[in-house]
Design a protein around this ligand. Structure first.
Ligand code: GUN
Length: 293
């Protein structure tokens, strides 16, 4: 079994980005700039936004965070998005989700100019990705494709089973894995809560991508010998074996599944570290006008 070391791959991509930032800074005097809008005091959202700012700093990007109290009006938020849309210094904008209940997230996302939507959540980017046009692809699917590519895993002609059909992971993964490109060209099956005989379906998979949001859901009997297993889940559970009293686990029962898999992503240190790096890659693409020109 080969471990897909997302942490190591993410670090090497960050080094590549930093070199490219230095190059465009010297050539054009331009520094890529990522802006984030953060509403309210949700601790997880604050952690995400702080991690993004730190990652920007590490690769030499500029970053800015627009913070608002939880009772900010939708109008003020939409105006802020518009203000950032029109700021030529800012290449990418993300609005940290979830937003408070009185704000319609789709309205806010659709206010972002697709050219700056480095989260890849705008319907224009989702649609462009779907029909194979250059597009910003959202962080987790983009990170998984990068992990597959950099681990030298061949996908053409393989059977790929995806557990989960969410807009941010399962659905885009199904499109990317079936696209006419490498990685891609797989025969894709999407499973969800209504799927019958789940175990028989997953046991056919050469590549199994698990984004079901249930701790240790996938057990060894659901996995084919030699399969590639990508675990998107992350759950904090109590543990008597760690100093903090907690440990992180995925949607896959790692100890038993890793004995059957040819390649597997650990949790933590698999898909997770790739997500912020994906956002950096998209912001760099925006600064270089690679997607829209
Ligand atoms: N909240 C959880 N994940 C994400 C993400 O990838 N982007 C944004 N904007 N918010 C999130």
């Amino acid at each position: 079994m080969e471990l897909i070391d997302g942490k190591k791959i993410a670090e090497s991509i960050k080094k590549e980005i930093a070199i490219e930032v230095e190059r465009i800074k010297n050539r054009d005097g331009k520094v890529p700039h990522l802006a984030a809008i953060l509403v309210g005091e949700d601790p997880a959202s604050q952690t995400y936004v702080n991690s993004k700012a730190k990652a920007c700093h590490e690769v030499g990007f500029d970053s800015s965070t627009y913070r608002f109290p939880a009772d900010v009006s939708e109008k003020e938020l939409l105006e802020t998005v518009e203000f950032i849309n029109n700021d030529p210094e800012i290449d990418g904008l993300i609005v940290q989700l979830p937003l408070p209940k009185h704000i319609d997230p789709q309205k806010v996302i659709q206010q972002i100019r697709p050219e700056k939507d480095v989260d890849g959540f705008h319907p224009v980017n989702v649609g462009r990705m779907t029909i194979g046009l250059p597009a910003y692809i959202s962080a987790t699917p983009n990170g998984i494709m990068e992990l597959i590519m950099r681990s030298g895993i061949q996908t053409t002609g393989k059977s790929c089973v995806i557990l989960g059909r969410s807009n941010i992971v399962g659905k885009p993964m199904s499109i990317l894995m079936a696209r006419n490109a490498e990685p891609g060209n797989a025969t894709v099956t999407v499973c969800h809560s209504k799927t019958k005989n789940l175990k028989e379906v997953t046991a056919q998979a050469d590549i199994l991508i698990v984004a079901i949001g249930q701790p240790e859901f996938v057990t060894a009997d659901m996995v084919k010998e030699g399969a590639v297993v990508i675990d998107v889940g992350i759950h904090r559970v109590e543990s008597s074996q760690t100093k903090s009293g907690f440990r992180l686990i995925g949607d896959v029962k790692f100890d038993e599944v890793s004995k059957k898999a040819s390649h597997i992503t650990p949790v933590p240190g698999g898909v997770g570290p790739m997500t912020i790096v994906s956002l950096l890659m998209n912001t760099l693409k925006s600064a270089k006008k690679e997607i829209y020109n």
